[in-house]
Design a protein around this ligand. Structure first.
Ligand SMILES: Cc1cc2nc3c(=O)[nH]c(=O)nc-3n(C[C@H](O)[C@H](O)[C@H](O)COP(=O)(O)OP(=O)(O)OC[C@H]3O[C@@H](n4cnc5c(N)ncnc54)[C@H](O)[C@@H]3O)c2cc1C
Length: 158
């Protein structure tokens, strides 16, 4: 085991949040980080690579006594990458009003204006090669590419 079995930090879960935390912590080469994840590497799994299969991992709870015996649908990934391995080929930002609500509830520094630059830092758009644009209908109302319908997507507050 690297690190002689001793680590500065142990991160439980290699999901979206856990990997960001581990990546930021290990940016300092003097810091050792262990990530524990019960799921495997599913990058070659067709349920991950094909967006057509993105509902396959959806499941439902057992009937919940305190919810009038209703079953609730839940979506959660058990894999390196966590729930981000459920690949619907879509991406949306969190809602500005919800971030602002966090701040209003007594968490200064978690409002939209603070979070927004971090969204920009984590986002990139890789368009298909030009010959495929017509087939993909890029630039039409249906698929708008990096500029979106309301201006440049990376500048859009949603
Ligand atoms: C279909 C779909 C589309 C989505 N689209 C978007 C989107 O467009 N934009 C967006 O921002 N969000 C989107 N989300 C939500 C986003 O994927 C999740 O909010 C995010 O992945 C949650 O990250 P997380 O690190 O909290 O949890 P997860 O990514 O679920 O990671 C948790 C990890 O912990 C592991 N784990 C669990 N228990 C233990 C344990 N006891 N010990 C060790 N490891 C454990 C799990 O195996 C898992 O890998 C979408 C979700 C779904 C299902």
């Amino acid at each position: 085991m690297a690190g002689g079995g001793r680590y500065d930090y142990v991160v439980a879960g290699a999901g979206t949040a856990g990997l960001v935390v581990a990546s930021r912590l290990s940016a300092d080469p003097s810091t050792s980080v262990l990530v524990i994840e019960p799921g495997g590497d599913e990058r070659a799994n067709p349920n991950v690579t094909s967006p057509l299969a993105f509902t396959v991992p959806f499941d439902a709870t057992t009937p919940q006594k305190h919810l009038a015996n209703r079953s609730l649908e839940y979506h959660q990934g058990k894999a390196i990458g966590g729930t981000s391995t459920i690949n619907g080929m879509t991406y949306v930002r969190g809602d500005a009003a919800e971030f602002d609500a966090w701040a209003t509830l007594g968490n200064p520094g978690w409002d939209w204006n603070v979070m927004y630059p971090y969204y920009l830092r984590s986002e990139a758009f890789a368009p298909p090669p030009k010959p495929r644009w017509r087939r993909a209908r890029l630039g039409t109302r249906r698929i708008t590419g990096p500029r979106g319908r309301y201006g440049r997507a990376t500048r859009m507050k949603c």
